[in-house]
Structures are given as structure tokens and as C-alpha cells.
Ligand binder design. Structure first.
Ligand SMILES: *Cc1c(COP(=O)(O)O)cnc(C)c1O
Length: 361
């Protein structure tokens, strides 16, 4: 096999090698089937069991209560920006949003097409380097839902304390943090995540919704964008992304073998602290996020000049640490350390950063 690099991409991102190898073994013939999962009817017994197992495993891994529905949809995280208001902005036709970066901003822009959006808080004034403080007098008790992005992939911030929204259902985009840390599902009315950061290949979006929120979509909502339709049909209203669902199921098995989400959270905390401790001690590198709001998954950092940033990225790449360039909107560097990034990847990156600091002081 060719040598694999440490891929610090924000997404699509690294997948566990043993999962890739299992998919490779089963690519041409899924066990006792004589065909690839890609060639199976989505209505076949075999595929239905793949789907049911993936759902059951996710339910177990995330401790999802019985009164929530799990759906595997298409359209990526971005389609949820529209599906959420189309399906949930249905009582008072308004919702609260907290703007913590470009994904939250895009979600709010989309929601404005369907109703009134109230921006409760934003951290735009400090280039989204923190989770903004919430003033409860700005929260609308009549809002149909309260929207947050749990982990801000671009800016590297993360909600540690969830807002108390009372009876207003909390909606969370957890595209870049699903299965990376334990989370109390019962605090949410709806959670969603695109697969390509922590779950598998791009093409599947996981949606977890509390049952009482189903069934009130706006009249003109396209059928394919209605949660109730997908829930009633168990993600089989039309052909779902079958191969992506299968692959995600392999990742769920892998997460179980690692000891579940709590065990992965410990490892993720360890990986993140290796990098953040180094950044805090460094006189050359600087982390850009307020320490209390730092993400475990995405760590942005900078050097004193653009020249040094470019030099670092180039030298890192030559050593097999790839995709460290920061998001095009903020520059600098960003190391994404999703579940599949091994501890050695971060250890070796930090060792290289130490060496780079010595040579460029
Ligand atoms: C990547 C990402 C998205 C967008 O996902 P797509 O699948 O590309 O539409 C949305 N929200 C967050 C937090 C993300 O990290």
C-alpha cells in the first residue's frame, strides 16, 4: 500500500484505515450476497438490515431516546439550512439564531426566506473567535426554535454550555462534532450532521428529530424536504444514499470497538490538549480562539507573518501533514483532528511545530 499521510482536512476528512480496508474487502461482494452494496436494491432485505443496523448503532452510541426519529437524508448540511425553517418555523413563523460563523450565517440567511429571523447574538465583532454571551432578554419565548452551530468548523469554536431555551426547541448543527463527545440529546428538538467530517463519505446527512416536531411543514414545502415524509418512510421514501449509509455503519462499528463516544471524547481531549498546550507555550505560534471556547475538532492558529504561514504549510506538507491551510476566509492554519486522526498524527505535528519554532525564531 502507498504511504498514507496525516490529513488535517476540515472535511471531507480522514477515515479509520481499518474501515477503509473492510469496505475494500466487501466492495465487490458484500458477504453472502454475490454483489456490492452499491448494486443492491434499497428495498432488498439485505439493504434493509444494513439500514436498520446503522440506525440501531447510532441510537445506542448517542443514547437517543425512543421519542426521537433518526433519518439518513441527502443534500448535505446545507440543505438542512432550508429544511429546518420549512418544517419547524410553523407556529409563529419566527426563530432565534446565534451567529458563530459562516455556517450559522448561511443557515440564518436561508431561514429569512421563510420567516422572521431574530439574531440573539453574534461574535462577528471579534471574527468569531468566541461563542458570544447570551442576553436572555434578547431570546424570544415565542420563537418556533432556537438555532446554534455546535462546533464551528471554520473558526474553531465550540459550545460547551448549551443555552437554556425553556420551551423553545433547540436546533443544533453538529456536522463537525457528531460522535466526538457525549451530548445530551434530550436538550434538543433537532440535531443534524453531514457525514463527511466524522461519519463517512460525503452524501449522507443524519437528522435526529423529536417526534412531536414532525408534521407541521409549510404547505409549499417540496416533498423531498419534508421530515415527516422521510420519517414515515424510514429514510426509504426514495432511493437513499445506500453506499454512504453502509459505510457510516462500518464507522459506527469502529466507534463501538474504540469503546464508544465517551472513550473517543477522552482521546479527542488528549489530542486537542497536545496542540493547545503547545500553542499556549509557544512564542511564535498563536491559537486564535478564546481558550474557554476552543473546539476539540478544529484548531486554527497563526504565525506572525503570512510568509511564515506559507513556509510552515509548505514544509509540513512535504513531511506528510497535509491540508493545514486555514479556511479561505481567515487564512493562517487550521488542524482538524476528527475521530479518525490518530494520536500519533497530532504528536508528530506538534513535534514538527517545535522544530519549526526553533528554526524560525
Ligand atoms: C461542513 C459543514 C456544513 C456544510 O456541509 P455540506 O455537507 O457541505 O453542505 C454545515 N455546517 C457545519 C458546521 C459544517 O462543518
Amino acid at each position: 500500500m502507498e504511504k498514507r499521510v496525516f490529513n488535517f482536512s476540515a472535511g471531507p476528512s480522514m477515515l479509520p484505515v481499518e474501515v477503509l480496508e473492510q469496505a475494500q474487502r466487501e466492495l465487490v461482494c458484500y458477504p453472502s450476497c454475490g454483489m456490492s452494496v452499491m448494486e443492491m436494491s434499497h428495498r432488498s432485505k439485505m439493504f434493509e438490515s444494513i439500514l436498520a443496523k446503522a440506525k440501531a448503532d447510532l441510537k445506542e452510541l448517542m443514547h437517543i431516546p425512543d421519542n426521537y426519529k433518526i433519518m439518513f437524508l441527502q443534500g448535505g448540511g446545507s440543505t438542512q439550512f432550508a429544511m429546518v425553517p420549512l418544517n419547524l418555523m410553523n407556529k409563529n413563523n419566527k426563530a432565534d439564531y446565534v451567529i458563530t460563523g459562516q455556517w450559522a450565517k448561511k443557515a440564518a440567511e436561508e431561514a429569512k426566506k421563510y420567516g422572521q429571523v431574530n439574531i440573539v447574538a453574534t461574535s462577528a465583532d471579534t471574527t468569531f473567535n468566541r461563542i458570544p454571551e447570551l442576553d436572555s432578554s434578547k431570546m424570544d419565548p415565542e420563537a418556533d426554535y432556537f438555532y446554534i452551530t455546535l462546533n464551528n468548523t471554520v473558526y474553531g469554536t465550540h459550545w460547551t454550555n448549551l443555552p437554556d431555551t425553556g420551551n423553545v426547541p433547540l436546533v443544533g448543527d453538529m456536522s463537525s462534532s457528531i460522535l466526538s463527545e457525549e451530548i445530551d440529546i434530550t436538550k434538543f428538538g433537532l440535531l443534524y450532521a453531514g457525514a463527511q467530517k466524522n461519519l463517512g463519505p460525503a452524501g449522507v446527512t443524519v437528522v435526529i428529530i423529536r417526534e412531536d416536531l414532525l408534521g407541521n411543514a409549510m404547505d409549499f414545502t417540496p416533498t423531498m424536504l419534508r421530515y415527516d415524509i422521510h420519517a414515515e418512510n424510514d429514510s426509504l421514501y426514495n432511493t437513499p444514499p445506500t453506499y454512504g449509509i453502509y459505510f457510516m455503519g462500518l464507522v459506527f462499528d469502529w466507534v463501538k470497538r474504540q469503546g464508544g463516544v465517551a472513550a473517543l471524547q477522552k482521546i479527542n481531549e488528549h489530542k486537542a490538549s497536545l496542540l493547545y498546550d503547545f500553542l499556549d507555550a509557544s512564542s511564535l505560534f498563536r491559537g486564535t480562539v478564546v481558550p474557554k471556547d476552543r473546539s476539540l475538532m478544529n484548531a486554527p492558529f497563526v504565525l506572525p507573518t503570512d510568509e511564515l504561514n506559507a513556509k510552515f504549510i509548505k514544509e509540513a506538507e512535504a513531511l506528510g501533514f497535509v491540508n493545514l491551510k486555514g479556511h479561505r476566509t481567515i487564512g493562517g492554519m487550521r488542524a482538524s483532528m476528527y475521530n479518525a486522526m490518530p494520536v500519533e498524527g497530532v504528536e508528530q505535528l506538534v513535534a514538527f511545530m517545535k522544530k519549526f519554532e526553533m528554526e524560525n525564531k
